[in-house]
Design a protein around this ligand. Structure first.
Ligand SMILES: Cc1cc2nc3c(=O)[nH]c(=O)nc-3n(C[C@H](O)[C@H](O)[C@H](O)COP(=O)(O)O)c2cc1C
Length: 458
């Protein structure tokens, strides 16, 4: 069988993910795994139509497709996303339709679920037959049992193709409405009070709903806010995954394009708004490049006690995975989700009101340092980063390690003396069967005491 492996690592063949593919190839010599470096070669594929169609022909000739990629910030890297956008943009969907597909990702499992959901959605959009994916921890290949499972997984995929296994679609197509937003005049009432509001706006058409939404949002304020158009920030390319930034947070592109200056100029923003259109099942590849490139800052949170919001043109209610990312992104950065406004209601007056209320909320939240409790996304995300930076990523991510140490982010439960001591004492106490029965009956009321005391005294 011939399998097209679309490599989503910007590092090309010097990639951890590719080692997984090479291992599978070694163990299944009867199949040909044709590796195509689409993320690494994206600039050439964009410029050279013939080259892009050579890739598509490889897909067309194949019996199945493996989307093999490293996870980059909730998703695939911007270069890979660009390739996915080009499939539809250049009308090459037919090469994928009806083909069996699967996903092999490597990561540290930080939001691998959202990346996998995204790719499954893309495969459903392309009318592919999606077979269960493999989300490898980047070091799984070192573990005997995981290598065994990896090979079984690969074999399952080959067999699914051979046996024409039935598959199920999970994601309904995303349907955009054709509504044209006609904003009223902005009220200009919201006083920024000297707070800095910065909007990164992925506007490509000045007449688009997005452009008009950003305009109306800006006009809701009394003072000026800063709107940066994504296209005005010159970037030579996406994150290369080289990790040369890991020691001192210095990007290899620094001084060679605008990104680091753009990023640094936003560090003191009290409110950051990301404004974009839904392109397939996420923002555009260009917006993704902004998030990927900010990785030069490693795992250091960048919106601590700050507000983050989103203005989106497109049917967000249909893309639950993007909703999850939007919820998670501010929390991971140490910030608070100030809100989201979309044009989905298809009612201009209502969108005006939503944008005006959003502007007011951004300021009110920022003024009162209103930080809602983090959910599982933020709490769990922090624990994964903390554990990784403590041990496995402590090298090469030495800048992260310093930051985590200096800011008390190594908050392991082993350091929680109060609960540890209490747990030990109580466990000792219930060794006595009589005490055990007594304590069992008292649990509900005793546990409540501390909480009730707060209600009484505070
Ligand atoms: C820019 C960048 C972003 C990353 N984002 C994530 C992430 O969000 N979650 C995660 O688990 N790993 C993340 N990683 C780690 C990579 O997914 C992981 O190291 C992967 O195995 C690299 O594979 P490759 O060598 O094939 O490129 C990121 C790495 C880079 C360079």
């Amino acid at each position: 069988m011939k399998i097209a492996v679309l490599n989503g690592s910007p590092k090309g063949e010097i990639s951890i993910t590719v080692q997984y593919i090479k291992f599978i190839q070694k163990k299944f010599p009867q199949h040909e795994l044709k590796l195509i470096n689409v993320a690494h070669d994206i600039i050439k594929l964009e410029k050279d139509d013939a080259r892009f169609h050579e890739v598509i022909d490889e897909v067309r000739k194949s019996d199945g497709v493996i989307w093999a990629f490293p996870l980059y910030i909730f998703l695939v890297c911007s270069q890979y996303k660009r390739f996915i956008e080009m499939i539809t943009g250049k009308g090459a969907q037919d090469a994928f339709a009806g083909k069996y597909a699967t996903v092999l990702s490597t990561s540290v499992h930080f939001f691998d679920n959202t990346a996998h959901n995204y790719m499954h959605g893309i495969c459903d959009d392309l009318d592919m037959k999606y077979v269960e994916p493999f989300s490898a921890d980047m070091d799984d290949i070192m573990i005997d049992n995981m290598r065994r499972i990896l090979l079984k997984w690969a074999d399952n995929f080959f067999q699914a193709i051979e046996n024409k296994a039935p598959t199920l679609k999970f994601f309904a197509p995303v349907v955009h409405n054709k509504f044209n937003y006609e904003p009223g005049k902005g009220a200009g009432k919201v006083d920024t009070g000297g707070l800095k509001i910065r909007v990164l706006a992925d506007i490509t058409d000045g007449k688009s709903n997005l452009a008009k939404m950003v305009q109306h949002f800006s006009e809701s304020f009394k003072g000026d806010i800063q709107v940066v158009r994504a296209g005005d920030v010159k970037m030579r390319g996406g994150c290369l995954g080289c990790m040369e930034c890991a020691f001192d947070n210095i990007c290899v592109y620094q001084g060679k394009d605008d990104f680091v200056d753009y990023f640094n100029a936003g560090r003191d923003a009290d409110v950051t708004i990301f404004a974009g259109e839904i392109v397939d099942r996420f923002f555009s590849a260009r917006m993704k490049m902004f998030w990927d490139r900010s990785f030069f800052n490693g795992h250091i949170p960048t919106s601590v006690d700050k507000q983050v919001g989103f203005i989106l043109s497109g049917p967000l209610s249909q893309v639950a995975n993007l909703q999850e990312i939007i919820n998670a992104l501010p929390q991971i950065g140490g910030g608070n989700l100030a809100g989201v406004v979309t044009d989905e209601c298809a009612d201009s007056a209502q969108i005006d009101k939503l944008l005006e209320a959003f502007a007011a909320k951004c300021i009110d939240n920022a003024r009162s340092i209103y930080m809602l409790p983090r959910t599982f996304l933020g709490v769990g995300g922090h624990k994964i980063f903390r554990d990784q930076i403590w041990a496995r990523l402590s090298f090469p991510f030495t800048a992260d390690y310093r930051y985590y140490e200096e800011h008390g982010l190594f908050d392991f439960p082993q350091q929680d003396a109060r609960y540890l001591e209490y747990g030990k004492q109580m466990t000792e106490m219930i060794k006595d069967p009589k005490m055990k029965e007594m304590v069992r009956k008292m649990l509900k009321t005793e546990i409540l005491k501390g909480y009730a005391k707060m209600v009484e005294t505070k």
